[in-house]
Design a protein around this ligand. Sequence first.
Ligand code: C5P
Length: 307
Amino acid sequence: MSLVEEFPGVRVRAPGKINVFLAVGGRHDDGYHELATAFQAVSLFEDVYATHADDFTIAVSGSVDVSGVPQDESNLALKAARLLASETGYPGGVHLDIRKEVPVAGGMGGGSADAAAALVACDALWNTGLSSAQLQALGARLGADVPFSIMGGTAIGTGRGDALNPALARGRFEWVIVPNGVGMSTPRTYGELDEMRGDAVSADQVADPAVPIEVLQALRSGDARQLAEALHNDLQAPALRLRPDVREILEFGEAQGALAGLVSGSGPTIAFLVESRAEGTALEARLTMAGYEAIGVYGPVHGARIV
Ligand code: C5P
């Protein structure tokens, strides 16, 4: 194929995320928890190439270890394509070629980004013409983080995390991400939190959580020091209980120049907020020297879009 020859399909890029604030409320009967979270889309991307096919097929590769990603019907991107086809009456299939950059089972919404990208890509490939709001509503049926990966930027999520409102955010925040070779199961982390809370875990026993004004002000100011003060994740304590090794990374990064660090989503990836890209590069070097993998990213970035 010559370099100028056109790619005969649609390519969509969708971002991973960091929850700069995450408070978990009570558990509903379906097992999901009431959330109040502030999402920031960051510059680690999933690329999904969609091409016409009679059936629904998938291939997964990437710069991260993809051995834990299912390549069968349980893959979230494949489920997304099938859902869009059944909702719109599209009779054909699709081949999805997924290139991953977001750590797998890391708490950064990589699987959700794949589903987000697949929805946007298939909608364009098949000419089904859904609005972004309609695609977000379909995405919410696949996973709580899918609508945010379509929207991107900075947003407040309530409900299961899928009722979104864009938040004002100035400038760019610089982060250093430390993935972990061993992924974590999201339901397991939530389950551990319930266990720590004891008996009173249901949604009618626990007050609905809210995002504090300090978080919104920090995002609006663009001031990394202010945001560092406001970072919080209710899933951090259960994640660290399940994975005590992760605490060492957190303490090391904070001692080596990060303004603050936190477990991303349900873990085990750690996100360190730094003052500037130069500080980030210095921290990356210290983490690498200590034997950790470290990746510099920034946010906010755009949501799922055709490239
Ligand atoms: O929505 P998603 O598929 O990413 O969620 C994975 C799991 O995380 C759910 O099955 C549930 O156990 C837990 N979860 C939750 N409350 C939420 C979001 C996720 O308990 N609001």
